[in-house]
Design a protein. Structure first.
Length: 468
């Protein structure tokens, strides 16, 4: 049987599951390779052959390997490929919102199952895709949209479906983790670490999606949606990037027995009156060196899932790359194809909880605050008063820099300057922000050069005598 010829025409055996692939970059090329090289294994696992019906690319001349080996399957008309009657499954690895959203909706409405790695689309308009899948009875799978090859989404929506998940937190962006690891272990500056990440292919020419937290925020939205049975979009996720993390911040974390990581944190929050809400946020934070996340280096990802019955689970591995991402797509393809052959359906969207999103101002955490102050009597009392006025409890105060030379003040006087570090107990974001604003209004406070959250200090807190 030649390429492109469906085994549906064969006299014996089940009808083939026909796949349309949209996009054939690094990931798409690996998908084509795996489908063709593992054809025998896929047939055995699915119960029917899995065949490529077509591959849509914008510029075929940019894909010489594809056109040379699969030229008869290549097309530039993605919409026509999706609409073909002989296509059963559409696999999308293009990315972006439009026209991909239109193509996938058309596929789902016509009863074709969809597999996508498109985190941005899922985070922005996943419910629309889920509704279209439900209406037609088609499957919508997207394991590859978060953490590459790491099997994370299926456990959330299937293996832990009978449990109550309370928290999902971890490192979900390999580029940012590579940069922060280089700063922590090699002493590189942010600029130098980013340059190295770009040279090695971890960072794009425009790294904004990674270093500004957009990529992680999209993934956090998907994780929170699955974990808490609530529709969460990227706009619901509080996002802060890591461009402002400095060598001084890294050194401060080291002194505290911590490492800085860009974290995605999704939590189920229970108020005193028993009401529940969801917090989803992305930001750089200090984590204790004793925590496994502190030892996740280079471009690897790691996610902790906490559930009431299962306890704490850790998922670790390659979070990106052509082959790892294609592995996740092929896993989805086997599941979808089995449903096609056996007449079943995959898990549907579960958004019954509809929990409200908790504003970031109400979310409590600990903070590490660097202060530059005039070295004179009464400074510590004034600083402590500013924190107390807004209900922020201080866990420790340390002088982290020696007294420097004279500083000319606006009033013409001169003062020597000192650097202090304040570590707080858990406090709401709004209270800490108000405290910093009040500190900056004080004449003896020369600046607040750094504020970082401190997540899960554990033994690192005890080591400084701070307590929990």
């Amino acid at each position: 049987m030649t390429r492109g010829e469906s085994s549906a025409d064969a006299a014996d055996g089940p009808r083939a599951v026909r796949v349309a692939l949209l996009g054939c970059g690094t990931v798409g090329t690996e998908v084509v390779r795996l489908i063709t090289e593992q054809a025998g294994d896929l047939t055995a696992r699915v119960g029917a052959p899995v065949e490529l019906a077509g591959v849509a690319v914008r510029r075929p001349h940019k894909h010489p390997w594809l056109t040379e080996n699969f030229g008869e399957l290549v097309t530039t008309d993605a919409a026509a490929l999706v609409a073909r009657d002989d296509v059963d499954v559409v696999v999308e690895v293009i990315g972006g919102i439009e026209p991909v959203r239109t193509w996938l909706l058309e596929a789902l409405k016509s009863g074709k199952s969809v597999i996508t790695a498109n985190k941005a689309l899922l985070a922005e308009d996943g419910p629309t895709l889920a509704e279209a899948a439900d209406a037609s009875g088609a499957d919508l799978y997207y394991e590859a949209s978060v953490a590459g090859a790491i099997p994370l989404l299926r456990p959330l929506r299937e293996s832990l479906a009978g449990d109550r998940i309370t928290r999902v937190a971890g490192i979900v962006n390999g580029t940012s983790n590579f940069i922060l690891s280089a700063m922590a272990t090699g002493g590189a500056s942010y600029a130098d670490a980013l340059e190295e990440a770009t040279r090695l292919g971890y960072a794009e020419a425009d790294p904004s999606a990674d270093v500004d937290g957009y990529d992680a925020a999209s993934k956090a939205a998907i994780l929170a949606t699955l974990a808490f049975h609530t529709r969460i979009t990227a706009s619901d996720v509080h996002r802060e990037g890591m461009r402002e993390v400095s060598a001084a911040d890294v050194a401060a974390a080291r002194r505290l027995g911590c490492t800085i990581k860009l974290l995605a944190i999704c939590e189920r929050v229970v108020a005193e009156d028993g009401s529940e809400s969801v917090s989803a946020r992305v930001y750089p934070a200090m984590v204790p060196d004793s925590h496994p996340l502190a030892r996740v280096d280079d471009a690897f990802n790691a996610v902790f899932v906490e559930a009431e019955a299962a306890g704490q689970l850790m998922f670790y591995g390659q979070g990106a790359g052509g082959a790892p991402t294609a592995s996740a797509i092929l896993g989805d393809l086997v599941a979808v194809a089995r449903n096609r052959v056996g007449g079943g359906r995959g898990p549907r969207e579960s958004a019954y909880a509809s929990l409200p999103v908790r504003p970031i101002g109400e979310v409590p955490t600990r903070y590490h605050v660097d202060l530059e102050v005039a070295d004179r009597e009464g400074v510590l009392a004034a600083i402590a008063g500013a924190f107390a006025d807004h209900g922020v409890s201080i866990a420790a105060v340390r002088q982290t820099g020696g007294v420097s030379g004279s500083v000319d003040r606006a009033d013409g006087s001169e003062h020597t300057q000192a650097r202090l570090t304040v570590v707080t107990h858990s406090a709401p974001e709004a209270a800490l922000s108000a405290t910093v604003s009040k500190l900056l209004d004080k004449e003896m406070v020369l600046g607040v050069p750094g504020v970082l959250r401190v997540e899960g200090l554990g033994r690192a807190v005890s080591a400084l005598g701070m307590g929990e």
